[in-house]
Design a protein around this ligand. Structure first.
Ligand SMILES: [Zn+2]
Length: 121
């Protein structure tokens, strides 16, 4: 499934970037406007896959990027709000817009904290 492979990729990327002696508490993912991801489902897979790893219990944050309307004449960029009609006419100069949406998905940032050392002082 879609979300399962995404969750796997996120976990792998996050663990690869994790400094020694830390664990992951929160992961922020950015998805392009064209990407449809169900956060609940993604979270479920992530919690399952991360069990026993240094990312166990980490919170997932999903930020969905808005599409952008870019004017072909003056270059003005307007953000397109999901679910609203796409305006193909530039508000600034009346020129023609193109809709710029992406299907990117990447790990933007993560928060980590020190591992509690298991009794070793
Ligand atoms: Zn324009």
């Amino acid at each position: 499934m879609h979300e399962a492979s995404i969750a796997h990729g996120i976990l792998r990327g996050a663990l690869a970037a994790l400094p020694d002696g830390k664990k992951i508490t929160r992961i922020t993912i950015v998805a392009g406007a064209q990407v449809s991801v169900v956060l609940e489902s993604l979270d479920l897979y992530f919690q399952e896959l991360s069990r026993g790893s240094l990312a166990e219990g980490a919170l997932l944050d999903l930020q969905q990027r808005a599409g952008k309307l870019v004017c072909k004449s003056c270059g003005q960029i307007h953000e397109h709000v999901r679910g609203t009609p796409v305006s193909m006419i530039c508000k600034t100069c009346g020129g023609a817009n193109r809709l710029d949406i992406t299907n990117e998905l990447f790990l933007e940032s993560m928060e980590v904290e020190d591992l509690q050392d298991g009794g070793a002082k």
